[in-house]
Write a protein that binds this ligand. Sequence first.
Ligand code: DGJ
Length: 742
Amino acid sequence: MRPLMKALSFAAVLAAASFAGMAQSSASFDSTTKVFRLDGGNVSYVFGVNQRGELQQMYWGGRIAAEDHFGPAMTQREWASFDTSYTNTPQEYAGWGGGLFVEPALKVTFADGVRDLVLHYDSHQLTAQGVDVVLKDISRSIFVTLRYRIDSTTGILARSATIENREPQPITIEQAAAAAWALPSGHYSLNYLTGRWAGEWTLNQETLGTGARVIESRRGSTGHQANPWFAIQAGDPDEHHGEVWFGALAWSGSWRIVVERDQLDAVRVTGGFNPFDFSFVLNPAVKLETPVFYGGYSSSGLGGASRLLHHFEIAHVLPHTVGTGDSAAPKPRPVIYNSWEATEFRVSEAGQIALAEKAASLGIDRFVMDDGWFGQRKDDHAGLGDWYVNKEKFPNGLKPLIDKVHSLGMDFGLWVEPEMVNPDSDLYRKHPDWVLNFAGRPRTEQRNQLVLNLARPDVRDYVLGFLDKLLTENDIAFLKWDYNRNWSEPGWDQLPPAQQKQVYVEFTRNLYAILGELKKRHPKVEFESCSGGGGRVDLGILQYADEVWPSDNTDPFDRLTQQDGFTYAYTPQVMMAWVTDSPHWLNKRTTSLSYRLLSSMQGSLGIGANIAQWSGDEIATAKRLIAAYHEVQQTIVQGDLYRLISPRNGSEFSATQTVKGDKSQSVVFAFIHSTQEGHTFPHLKLMGLDPTARYALTPIEGKAEAGTPTVASGAWWMNHGLVLGEDFRGDFQGAAFRLDKK
Ligand code: DGJ
């Protein structure tokens, strides 16, 4: 059982954090001052060993000159007997002990009941891409290796910790962060993302007050309610200007980020495993690796921060050219058709073939059959866990449908929800012990389903086994991997009580292990991370998932705000966006097909409507805009994104622009919520173009103002701006343009 786990564990996580092509980054250690310095992109990160032997943060910000030097790290003084030097000094990774009142990075209990942990510098090893620094407790053999890597292009750092017990007795870890980040005292605003089912990706912006702001999931997975990303801006939030420090945690289990402004106004951000209901018994000679906490700095406002993150995600986080192991950037996503909103569970061979024929006529690249094809799945009461093809719906298996989809020039994708089981299933009847549960206690169902305890080796092997079989026996290019509930009663009764809370770590590790192994065995297969919409989007899952489903809410107007929030943390490359039917099932809002298409074209486009009922005009509109999208997709999903006008806070207008990396192309989207008092659309002063180059303007949908030049300089488009046509007014209107360098 264990070899799979051993081979896959967190090696993959850390490999992804070992950036290729690091020529412009450097890491150094000054043995006189005992100062470490990392440089990459426009960023420098400096920390040192202070006079007590602790590792202390000294600088994180814009890149400083190579000849600039920092003196030795000096501890902060005791402010009063209540505010010890130990608590005031911004440590890189503080153990709980010695009078620490701020958030600890690591808290342990030793076998003899001692709960004091004071970590001092022990040794280090410079690598081509960063440094590994080993800390050790002042008297006991607890070693923590802090791993730092910096990206040469974006200056984004990857930090994580490995905790090792070299004591003769087990220790219990009660809290383990991946990293702690520190900022000097000042006036800051905090940005973070919250939500709920069908209402994900709300950007919250607030003044960072004194105290602790906790952003977390206690749900066993990433969650809709908050997302493991933050951005702290000096002063008030500003999209285009100002200093921003940001970070994202690569973990799909329960997580926590604590943003503190302490009693002396210093700011720290500590993030890692959520300590709620957590403990990990570390036996002698055993190690615990934390997730990676990425952190970055931009001097170009929140927009600059998200552009760095997008590039970093594409270059270093997302699965790369599948199977070949090379470092080519992930390709733009195929334009997909998904059957869910058209048929829900009522899938059949004939019905899916009819949809596939229509989809092919639209120019769709990939046809995905959603829920309903397996076991006794007529609705959400039964079937999860029984991953055999339902013979009533598909008498000859999936092959006839897959062959048909291929003959229509598309590849085939399928929905699965591997970690779940309905009590009404053969699997549950056979293995009722396989679910998360506490013996003798109720098993709370959500959507009539229970969570399989993926931490168990037998469950892990079952899930890997059926998925491997499914992918081996069928020509499947893509799995939409769904996850439709959160945890309850998270017991793991195979283990002694003291060790059961390790489920929070082992479950997620096994999820990654399965995905990693499937990628290895089926290198061409791509994955989508879906959790009832955007409940599992984070930089951990994105090492394996080629795309994510941001929300079950496909209302094109709501999506504008959701997509705006999403892109603060994640690249549009992974942001799937389907066009569905109107009036929309959630808001009962009626919108035109072109508005729906333009809204979805801001990300990775898909169609999820009941196209079997579309008219000839609708087919023609979709075909035209899908073709236009295909031509500029790479710019939209992998270019530099500028959020020109935010749709947030009830804005009457919104607009985005993306610029291709070499500045040869740009795409602009403009939307009107509801014109009021005849307001005209604001002039769109474009950004990021080459001022001296000449760009030709081509409408994709809508018109520019009469007299707008067809070709003008980048300076013209950025200074004079793009002015939309006089008749661009009304409710739920959209327009889009492309600019191509001549
Ligand atoms: C939730 C997903 O978010 C939907 O897109 C759909 O796949 C359903 N589950 C199917 O049960």
